[in-house]
Write a protein that binds this ligand. Structure first.
Ligand code: IPE
Ligand code: IPE
Ligand code: MG
Length: 250
């Protein structure tokens, strides 16, 4: 996109005050489909298009990191047909979109417990991370089989193991140590959390990292959440007074 087109698209936004890291809970695919008399999977299919558009917007306006919640550790409790549809969709999307994402300099990473995922999906995940690892565009974290509690539990075990081996002193453990052992260690904490479809909860997403995230909830279902809705969320974020417990913003 040319500089002029970009400037028009992001009119009203302060490009110097962008959130560095935006996290999204992409909720409402099922309700979007139901509203149209379609099977839930159609909502997921349409939701994938939304994600592609939002990723591109982040890349264009210069947001450093986008983390998208694609499948939670609790989502295994859904009917097997929906779970396997989602696993196949993730795999197909990676196959289809990797070349374009790579060309657009997207650096893709996956967070969550990837071991229980189908082996064919794991292969695509490894390939996508490897191919894009040196890219300089937006850092795109996809959370699959992700749970905030499981992530913290794994970090605690890994830290405890280092202490038990004599490689880390108990007194040396601080908040930064825990952050370093999380799947998101390469990213700053999210500045902004967007949740679509109106639910006011975290649903086990980035529990540690979200300590001071600004929260934006919209009633719009994820498949309808387009770039202009995304920019509205960014604009709302820019009006927030982030005090971090102090009395003034700095
Ligand atoms: C979010 O949409 C996608 C996933 C959790 C995989 P939902 O499938 O939760 O849609 P609703 O909340 O039932 O409408
Ligand atoms: C959160 O949505 C998980 C993802 C978007 C992947 P859910 O639909 O699973 O969350 P709950 O069940 O409404 O809390
Ligand atoms: Mg939901």
């Amino acid at each position: 996109m040319t500089a002029q087109l970009l400037a028009n698209k992001f009119i009203g936004l302060d490009l110097q005050k962008l959130p560095q890291h935006v996290a999204v809970i992409m909720d409402g695919n099922g309700r979007w489909a139901k509203q149209r008399g379609l099977p839930r999977i159609e909502g997921h299919r349409q939701g994938a298009n939304t994600l592609k558009a939002i990723l591109r917007t982040c890349n264009d306006c210069g947001i450093n990191t986008l983390t998208a919640y694609a499948f939670s550790t609790e989502n295994w409790g859904r009917p097997m047909t929906e779970v396997s549809f989602l696993m196949t969709l993730f795999e197909k999307l990676l196959r289809k979109e990797l070349a374009e994402m790579h060309q657009e300099e997207v650096c893709i990473r996956f967070i969550g417990d990837l071991d229980p995922l189908p082996k064919t999906l794991q292969r695509e995940i490894d390939r996508a991370m490897d191919v894009t690892k040196n890219n300089t565009g937006v850092n795109f974290n996809v959370a699959i089989n992700y749970g905030g509690r499981l992530e913290i539990l794994k970090a605690c075990k890994a830290i405890a193991n280092r202490v038990a081996q004599g490689n880390l002193a108990l007194e040396a453990i601080n908040e930064a140590t825990i952050s370093d052992y999380l799947d998101t260690s390469a990213s700053p904490d999210p500045d902004l959390l967007i949740r679509t479809s109106g639910e006011m909860r975290l649903s086990n997403f980035l529990l540690w990292q979200m300590a001071y995230a600004e929260i934006y909830v919209t009633d719009t279902f994820w498949p309808d959440f387009d770039s202009s809705e995304f920019l509205k969320a960014i604009s709302d974020f820019q009006k927030r007074d982030r005090r971090f417990g102090k009395l003034t913003t700095n």
